[in-house]
Design a protein around this ligand. Structure first.
Ligand code: PMT
Length: 406
């Protein structure tokens, strides 16, 4: 995910998870952000300001007063950035922010901040569940701050429960949505990804080379741009995209059922899944044993075409398919566009080594029902996802501000 040209204020308070803020700072800088770190006195007990200065190339704010501190820093630091993120947010910092207390640089910045704030609490589970902390978090939410719920698990103090800082990827995803242009706010996107597994017996199945990367990239990008996203995915080994509703399926028939169920309430469908066109005619109850004959005959029968079935249910929804082709790319894409009654088909030449299945890049041509054809250069799948969504946004019916709110 790119944070190019974004300015982020990273507020670090004094909890053991402060060391994870260093990784976040590094990832943000790598993604193109300018990161200014402000630490509380307690945070500097866990990680030195020098660590953040080295990672970000910026001076680190630690004090309200003193040599080198601009007298108005506490005002403009939270106003001249794209977003503020608090990692970790301790019970103390949360309490001060909820009650308007500014007794150090970071808490004072939070009183004056006018930019979106992402609060990432991390602490012992009893502390987190304490009613005072929960009430303070509720206040912050009411005032428009976004609180990223901590995860459950083993905590540094030895306890097990809610209080663990979410993974850096989750924080980056949430922050990405906070600073993105939310041109899909209020839109409901249904996305499919991955292969399907068509079972032959309890240990064998027929499948294809799809990793799910393309569909997951579309789901991530759509959520970042403000959409509510449901991802129907075949078996993959990818991490769940943050914020996205996950629906896991195995076979083409399972995927058909889930897509048909969800399609009527979506605004757009993006079918990036490589759905198995055929499945074994019958599923053996027991493992098929190695027999006396050298060859095993398996009859494959055709699976339903999900997009064709959906076509009958289509009202105002925009439908986008993919075409994975080894030859006659544009002709085949056009044929599928018409046959499947699509608004757009994304044609990828899967012969090229850095395009199509399982790689992080893709070279695609967007073929629209109105005749427009746009060939894109080799891009990352995240970039391709954004190009598809750029095409989609102006074609969607805009949502009312109530529907578009987070
Ligand atoms: O998952 P990755 O490793 O990242 O790889 C990405 C990809 C190559 C799988 C992806 O970019 C892609 O091209 N997905 C579609 C693959 C495919 O099944 O293409 P197709 O030409 O066979 O199908 C055309 C369209 O019909 C697709 O949108 C497909 O989802 C849909 N379809 C296909 C078969 C079927 N029974 N029902 C369908 O709805």
């Amino acid at each position: 995910m790119s944070f190019a040209d974004k300015r982020i204020l990273l507020g670090v308070s004094g909890g053991i998870a402060a060391y994870k803020a260093a990784e976040l700072a590094r990832r943000l800088v790598t993604a193109g952000a300018t990161v200014k770190v402000v630490m509380t006195k307690s945070a500097a007990e866990f990680v030195t300001p020098m660590t953040f200065a080295a990672l970000t190339g910026q001076t680190v704010g630690t004090a309200l007063f003193g040599p080198g501190v601009h007298p108005l820093e506490h005002i403009w630091l939270g106003q001249q950035v794209d977003a503020v993120v608090l990692v970790p947010a301790t019970a103390n910092l949360i309490g001060k922010a909820a009650n308007g207390i500014g007794d150090d640089l970071l808490s004072t910045i939070l009183i004056a901040a006018t930019r979106p704030v992402l609060v990432c609490p991390a602490m012992n589970c009893e502390m987190y569940e304490n009613p005072a902390v929960q009430e303070n978090l509720a206040r912050l939410r009411e005032r428009g701050m976004w609180v990223l719920e901590p995860e459950a698990g083993a905590l540094a103090c030895g306890a097990v429960g809610y209080g663990r800082l979410p993974e850096t990827d989750s924080i980056l995803a949430a922050l990405g949505r906070l600073v993105a242009v939310r041109d899909l706010a209020g839109q409901r996107l249904l996305v499919t990804a991955g292969p399907t597994h068509e079972d032959l017996d309890p240990v064998r199945y027929v499948t294809n080379r799809s990793s799910g990367k393309m569909g997951y990239a579309v789901a991530r990008a759509a959520w970042r741009r403000g959409a509510d996203v449901a991802l129907v995915t075949g078996p993959t080994s990818l991490p769940d995209p943050f914020g996205v509703e996950m629906i896991r399926v195995r076979s083409a028939l399972d995927m058909l059922g889930e897509v048909v169920k969800r399609f009527p309430s979506c605004d757009a469908l993006v079918m990036a899944a490589a759905v198995g066109d055929y499945r074994p005619e019958s599923l053996a109850e027991r493992k098929i044993k190695r027999g006396s004959t050298a060859a095993l005959q398996v009859t494959l029968v055709q699976n339903p075409d999900i997009l064709k079935e959906i076509s009958a249910l289509k009202e105002s929804q925009i439908t986008i398919g993919f075409a994975a082709e080894t030859h006659d790319l544009i002709e085949e894409a056009n044929r599928k566009l018409t046959e499947k009654n699509l608004d757009l088909i994304v044609a990828n030449d899967v012969n090229q080594p850095d395009s199509g299945f399982a790689v992080d890049t893709n070279e695609v041509t967007l073929v629209a029902a109105d005749g427009e054809v746009v060939s894109l250069p080799l891009l990352t799948k995240d970039e391709v996802a954004d190009k598809i969504l750029d095409w989609l946004v102006p074609r969607l019916t805009p949502k009312s501000p109530e529907d578009a709110g987070d």
